[in-house]
Design a protein around this ligand. Structure first.
Ligand code: ADE
Ligand code: ZN
Length: 326
């Protein structure tokens, strides 16, 4: 109970959250009915039962299928609004939220549909309770670099609303270097950079994210333990890792939470943070991830406080705003 109180009371930042992965089964079914989209689920329980994954790809297949119900501006508003309400509940005072444009543009739904929906929810949460939010535009790495360039081009009118670019989707076989040119272009436009690396892929992909994409953070990065030289570099640079405990268990990156390496990463001096990734698919929002760590690992209250403080250190907030929370 004392741990639950601590987790709840600590102000936190969320740095690795896919907005499409916060689509709850209830909203998915309601939007499917609204737009007459056919899903292979009859009930909300069917949806939940389908969420048993063997690996990243088996999750991604259902994640893209679920996203197919998002069609008009109001849908994207509702999706973002529901997530921001969870932030308020969890004392997530700042959220850096990823969205996957290509998941929508490939279906003929453009920036002019989802961006106003997102921004309406973000402005409302800012006004109602001072929620701090910024957006990360993520490229799908199973698609070509040319498609990522087209996405960056389509985003031009909205760049003032976008802080960083990211890289997600199927990691194995799609190394960071595949996107070196488009990340260089994003950098030249003033965008910051993050990339998923070392979730299922090897430590080599983390090196590539650092060296070829010039990232400010590594999303996941748990495979860094396989390479001592990499661990040393990550520690020296204080390169943040956005670790997602419940995600790693649901996608079989670790066989059980007891086996998770987050505390050993922390003990090795890395700037580790806790994040939710795709909360509706993986069984919980940010505080649930902290609770899962506390339930299965010998984590101390000091380590919980460190992880929460790290979330601000690793954020893209300006130094004076970070200081408010440290
Ligand atoms: N897209 C949404 N969640 C993801 C994850 N955990 N890894 C890669 N791509 C994703
Ligand atoms: Zn992710």
């Amino acid at each position: 109970a004392a741990t639950a109180e601590l987790i709840k009371s600590l102000p936190k930042a969320e740095l690795h959250l896919h907005i499409e992965g916060s689509l709850e089964p209830e909203l998915m079914m309601a939007l499917a009915a609204k737009h007459q989209v056919t899903l292979p689920y009859a009930t909300i329980d069917d949806v939940r039962r389908a969420y048993n994954f063997d690996n990243l790809q088996s999750f991604l297949d259902l994640y893209y299928l679920g996203a197919s119900v998002l069609r008009d501006e109001d849908d994207f508003y509702r999706l973002m609004w529901d997530y921001l309400c969870k932030c308020k509940e969890d004392n997530v005072v700042h959220a850096e939220i990823m969205f996957d444009p290509q998941t929508h543009t490939e279906r003929g739904i453009g920036f002019e549909v989802f961006m106003p929906g997102f921004m309406r929810a973000i402005a409302q949460a800012e006004k109602e309770w001072g929620q701090s939010t910024l957006l990360i535009m993520s490229f799908l790495r199973h698609l070509s670099e040319e498609s990522a360039f087209e996405t960056l081009e389509a985003a031009q009118p909205y760049l003032s609303m976008i802080t960083a670019v990211g890289l997600d989707s199927s990691e194995l076989g799609n190394p960071p270097q595949k996107f070196a040119q488009v990340f260089a272009k994003a950098k030249s436009l003033g965008l910051l950079r993050v990339a998923h690396a070392g979730e299922e892929g090897p430590a080599e992909y983390i090196w590539s994210a650092l060296n070829d994409l010039d990232v400010h953070r590594i999303d996941h990065g748990v495979r860094s333990v396989d390479d001592p030289a990499l661990m040393q570099t990550l520690a020296e640079k204080q390169m943040p890792l956005t670790v997602c405990p419940l995600s790693n268990i649901k996608l079989c990156v670790f066989s059980h939470m007891r086996e998770h390496n987050i505390l050993s990463l922390l003990d090795s001096g890395l700037l580790v943070t806790v994040n939710a990734d795709d909360p509706s698919y993986f069984g919980g929002y940010l505080n649930d991830n902290y609770h899962a760590l506390a339930a299965h690992l010998p984590i101390t209250p000091e380590q919980i406080k460190t992880l929460a403080a790290n979330s601000f250190k690793a954020s893209f907030l300006a130094q004076d705003k970070k200081a408010l929370w440290l």
